[in-house]
Design a protein around this ligand. Structure first.
Ligand SMILES: NC(=O)c1ccc[n+]([C@@H]2O[C@H](COP(=O)([O-])OP(=O)(O)OC[C@H]3O[C@@H](n4cnc5c(N)ncnc54)[C@H](OP(=O)(O)O)[C@@H]3O)[C@@H](O)[C@H]2O)c1
Length: 359
């Protein structure tokens, strides 16, 4: 595999910082440029961070003194200097959409963690183990945008990364109704306890826009490609409650599911243990060896103990039981800024690189 030069746009943010730690020794991708808002532009990365480094590993010398570019004003320079960009910015939706489209039209592919393009039918929203076949809509998107190389591919919302992978191996039992309550870490809001002290010893029962995304996005991920567009799956019906809890990282979900054909519990466990997707088959560098880990212990998975399983790229599941109202219920957990954001973005980029989309 050749190596690709990349820029991280939104490099100073929570997800951007994760990208930098994951790309530090990446075998295929090397960070050539960093970009953020005009507030950071022209400063070294350390100056721009201004104490915001929130990663559990020290800031690397390879980026500390790099000068941060302006994502908008320097777009042409960035697009011509790298093979593709990772984009994770906190901007109004319209501005994010315009920024991402601008890079794509400058023939620079965009791997996005933002929600602005998630519901476009010709923009693939990829969980690499679940719907890698959706990359094929990129051809239609390139036609719409009038590009040869440029395109946008997006990550789904971090909240769905715990329960969609766990339900996916059960799809041929035809889930009809799913109820998921998520217990989401503060890094999902780009925050730490230092920057959000109100979250210490507290639970906040509202995350703006999260329930709508959590109910809608799985249907696109499970959708089918028809004439260059992704058509959402018609079922299952999904209802959610998303709650912010005082954990640094890790989104945990309590899931209830009803199926048209009720699976036996031991079949569910066997499906989870046997499941692998293209990332495992292609041995992509960031792919977890085992995507879904099933815990027998009653008190697992736990956010703090289990979020870093397989470098934060695996999904852990436990407490599988029959339910009195639904058919089954279980708990699932994924790391929101790794599998749910930057790690999932890097894995998606590896999938696209392996399929030749950056050449
Ligand atoms: N945190 C998560 O777990 C998570 C998971 C999935 C998806 N996401 C999504 O990822 C994106 C970033 O989230 P985050 O948590 O990393 O946010 P964050 O920590 O608030 O960081 C926001 C980043 O956006 C940059 N930015 C703000 N305005 C900009 C502008 N006008 N032009 C260019 N860059 C600008 C900031 O640069 P400055 O430092 O210069 O202001 C910073 O680098 C959001 O769309 C979020 O929904 C987050």
């Amino acid at each position: 595999m050749r190596t690709y030069k990349v820029a991280v746009v939104g490099a100073t943010g929570m997800v951007g910082q994760r990208f930098l730690t994951l790309l530090e020794n990446h075998p295929w991708f090397s960070v050539a440029m960093l970009a953020a808002s005009p507030r950071s532009a022209g400063k070294t990365y350390t100056e721009a961070l201004n104490g915001r480094w929130a990663m559990p590993v020290p800031l690397s010398d390879s980026v500390a003194n790099r000068v941060v570019l302006d994502a908008e004003a320097d777009a042409e320079k960035i697009a011509s200097g790298v093979d593709f960009i990772f984009c994770a910015v906190d901007m109004p939706k319209d501005a994010t959409r315009a920024l991402e489209e601008r890079y794509a039209k400058l023939e620079c592919p965009v791997i996005s963690n933002n929600s602005a393009h998630r519901l476009f039918a010709d923009v693939p929203m990829i969980v690499p183990e679940v719907n890698p076949q959706h990359v094929q809509v990129i051809d239609a998107q390139r036609k719409r945008l009038g590009t040869k190389r440029g395109f946008i591919a997006v990550k789904s919302n971090c909240s769905i990364q715990s329960y969609v992978p766990a339900l996916h191996p059960l799809m041929d039992y035809h889930p009809t109704e799913v109820l998921a309550c998520t217990y989401q870490a503060i890094s999902g809001a780009g925050k730490t306890f230092a920057s959000w002290p109100e979250m210490v010893d507290n639970v906040i029962p509202y995350i703006g826009g999260e329930e709508e995304k959590s109910e809608r996005e799985p249907l696109k991920v499970w959708g089918t490609v028809q004439n260059g567009a992704i058509v959402d799956a018609a079922s299952p019906a999904i209802t959610t409650q998303c709650v912010r809890v005082p954990a640094t990282d890790g989104h945990l979900a309590a899931v209830f599911a009803r199926f048209s054909q009720k699976p036996r519990l031991d079949d569910v466990i066997a499906r989870w243990k046997a499941f692998e997707g293209e990332p495992q088959q292609l041995k992509l560098p960031s792919a977890p060896r085992q995507f879904i880990h099933y815990f027998e212990e009653n008190d697992r998975p736990q956010t703090r103990l289990d979020r870093m399983l397989e470098n934060g790229m695996a999904v852990s599941v436990g407490r599988l039981r029959e339910d009195s109202q639904y058919d089954i219920k279980f708990i699932s957990l994924s790391h929101n800024t790794l599998r749910g954001a930057a790690g999932g973005g890097v894995l998606m980029a590896e999938l696209l690189a392996a399929k030749g989309y950056f050449d």
